[in-house]
Design a protein around this ligand. Structure first.
Ligand code: FEO
Length: 171
């Protein structure tokens, strides 16, 4: 196969992180549904789908390169929340964590002289910039809106959602 086993192991570990991120975003979307915040719910359903796409993209790469893709159980996620801001802070923390994980994956690839994986991972490096940036924007909007969550809903209703209509990483 084209990949060394430590690379396959590291990518498979990231698959678990992406599926966990997807499950966490789904839990957040469901909370927003309970709170009757449809735009926020829709935004996080889209984020959940994006993360699922990231996991699928990683699995597809392992398969294509002749490795053994492993779908492991996700880690536990938080299911209940006390505020919108708590959710967005959790989401931003998650994106920062995933960014560090992707950077570490690139480091492992470089340490193993794996130029193919390094090149493949550059898509994720760029994607993380977009994801951290959009979640930072959303946190700022939420903080500014205070108790007036209608403003957040209004903002999302006229802001093109990242990934909506674009390649969500499933290709
Ligand atoms: Fe797959 Fe939001 O990182």
């Amino acid at each position: 196969m084209l990949l060394k086993q430590p690379i396959v192991d590291a990518i498979n570990a990231q698959v678990t992180e992406e599926f966990t991120a997807s499950a966490q975003y789904l839990a957040i979307a469901l909370y927003f549904e309970r709170e009757t915040l449809p735009e926020l719910a829709n935004y996080f359903h889209l984020q959940a789908a994006e993360e699922h796409g990231h996991a699928t993209k990683l699995l597809g790469y392992i398969n294509e390169a002749g490795g053994m893709p492993i779908i492991a159980p996700t880690r536990a996620v938080k299911n209940d929340f006390s505020s919108v801001e708590e959710c967005i802070r959790l989401a931003l923390d998650q994106e920062l964590t995933v960014t560090a994980q992707i950077n570490n994956l690139v480091k492992v690839a470089m340490e193993n002289d794996d130029y193919l994986t390094n090149q493949f991972l550059q898509w994720f490096v760029t994607e993380q910039l977009e994801e951290v940036s959009s979640m930072t924007d959303l946190l700022n909007i939420v903080k500014r809106a205070g108790d007036n969550l209608f403003r957040v809903e209004e903002y999302l209703s006229r802001t093109p959602h990242p990934g909506a209509g674009a390649n969500n990483g499933a290709a």
